[in-house]
Design a protein around this ligand. Structure first.
Ligand SMILES: *[C@@H]1O[C@H](CO)[C@@H](O)[C@H](O)[C@H]1NC(C)=O
Length: 336
C-alpha cells in the first residue's frame, strides 16, 4: 500500500515536472567572450532552465552536463550527415557522443538542421533520412531507444503555403525529400523538430499578432479556428503540411523560436522581451494551438547568448537572452 502511494506520488510529480519543463534554451557558442561551459550550465541551473539544445557533440559541454538534470537535444551537424550514411560510423558516433556520457540526460538527437532542397544546404538533402535511420538504429542497439528520440530539425522555409494555416503545404519540389522522412517518423512514433520564427514571417504587417498581444483573432480558419498569434498559425501550418503527407499525428517540437534585439526595424529590446515573455507563457500553458489544443508545446528558445561571430544578416547576431557576463537581457524570464 505504502509503495503504491509512493508510486502514485512519483507519477504525479513526474506529470507536474513534465509540464513545468516544457521550455528549453538553445546554446550556440559562436560569440565573443562567452562564459565557460561550466558557467553556462550553472547559469541554466540558476535560472531553472531544465532543457538545452546544442548543435554538435561538443565534449566540454557534455562534460559540464554530467550529473545535472538538464535534458538535452543534441545535434548531428549537416556536414556529418554524409558520413553517417554508413551504419558503422553512426554506431561510433553514438558510442563516442552518447554512450560515453551515461550521466548526461540525452532526450533528442536532431540529425541535420534546416536542410532544404531550395537553400544553400541542398547538397545535404540526399543524406538526411539514411543518417536518421542509422542513428536511430544505433540508439536502439545501445538500449536507449526508449530514452532518446531521433529526428531532424526543419523550418518554415520548406512550406509553399502557410496562411491561413489549414492550407499549409510543403513546396512541391520538397515533397520527395520530406515525405519519406515523415513516413519514417510516423512509423517509429518519433516527433518532428521545427524552427519557427514569426520574426521572419513579415511581422511588420501586424506586430501585435507576432508578439502575442493581439486582442482579437486575426484569422478565423476552417471550422472556426481562431488565431490570436502568428506562432500558432505557423505551427499549425506545419501540422497541416505534415497531415497532407500522412503525418498529421507526428508531434512537432519547436526546436527554435526567438526574436532579435537589434538589426532590423522591429528588432528591438522591447519587442524581443515581449516576444520571449509571451512565448514562454503561451507554450507552458495548456491551451496548445487551435489545431492541437489542450497541451503545452515543447519549445526551445533561440538562444542563450548573442552569437556575434556568426556570418549572415545582422539580426542573426542578436538573438541572445543573456549577455556574455550572464545578465538577463530582458529582465528575469520565468522558466518554472
Ligand atoms: C528557481 O526556482 C526556485 C524554486 O521554485 C525559485 O525559488 C527561484 O526563484 C527560481 N529562480 C529563478 C531565477 O527563477
Amino acid at each position: 500500500m505504502a509503495s503504491k502511494l509512493l508510486l502514485l506520488g512519483l507519477l504525479i510529480n513526474l506529470l507536474i515536472v513534465k509540464d513545468a519543463q516544457s521550455v528549453g534554451v538553445c546554446y550556440g557558442r559562436n560569440g565573443y567572450g562567452l562564459p565557460s561551459e561550466r558557467d553556462v550550465v550553472r547559469l541554466y541551473q540558476r535560472n531553472n532552465i531544465t532543457r538545452m539544445r546544442i548543435y554538435d557533440p561538443h565534449h566540454p559541454t557534455l562534460e559540464a552536463l554530467r550529473g545535472t538534470n538538464i535534458e538535452l537535444m543534441i545535434g548531428v551537424p549537416n556536414d556529418r550527415l554524409q558520413s553517417l550514411n554508413d551504419q558503422n560510423a553512426a554506431n561510433i558516433w553514438v558510442r563516442d557522443n552518447i554512450q560515453r556520457y551515461p550521466n548526461v540526460r540525452f532526450r533528442y538527437i536532431a540529425v541535420g538542421n534546416n536542410v532544404d532542397p531550395n537553400n544553400g544546404n541542398s547538397r545535404y538533402v540526399p543524406f538526411v533520412l539514411r543518417a536518421m535511420q542509422n542513428v536511430h538504429n544505433a540508439v536502439r542497439a545501445a538500449g536507449l531507444g526508449n530514452q532518446i528520440k531521433v529526428s531532424t530539425a526543419t523550418y518554415t522555409g520548406l512550406l509553399g503555403s502557410s496562411f491561413p494555416p489549414s492550407i499549409g503545404a510543403f513546396r512541391d519540389n520538397v515533397r520527395g525529400f520530406i515525405e519519406p522522412i515523415i513516413r519514417f517518423l510516423s512509423q517509429n512514433n518519433l516527433p518532428m523538430f521545427a524552427n519557427i520564427y514569426p520574426y521572419y514571417a513579415n511581422p511588420n504587417s501586424n506586430l501585435p499578432f507576432a508578439l502575442f498581444t493581439a486582442t482579437q483573432p486575426v484569422v478565423i480558419d476552417n471550422g472556426g479556428r481562431q488565431y490570436f498569434n502568428l506562432f500558432d498559425a505557423m505551427l499549425d501550418a506545419h501540422y497541416a503540411a505534415q497531415a497532407r503527407l500522412g503525418g498529421g499525428n507526428v508531434e512537432i517540437i519547436v526546436s527554435e523560436s526567438g526574436w532579435p534585439s537589434s538589426g532590423g526595424p522591429v528588432a528591438t529590446i522591447g519587442n524581443a522581451g515581449t516576444y520571449y515573455r509571451n512565448l514562454i507563457a503561451h507554450v507552458r500553458g495548456t491551451r496548445g494551438t487551435p489545431l492541437k489544443p489542450g497541451r503545452s508545446i515543447e519549445t526551445y528558445l533561440f538562444e542563450m547568448f548573442d552569437e556575434n561571430r556568426k556570418p549572415g544578416i545582422e539580426v542573426e547576431r542578436h538573438f541572445g537572452i543573456f549577455t556574455p557576463n550572464q545578465q538577463p537581457k530582458y529582465g528575469q524570464l520565468s522558466f518554472n
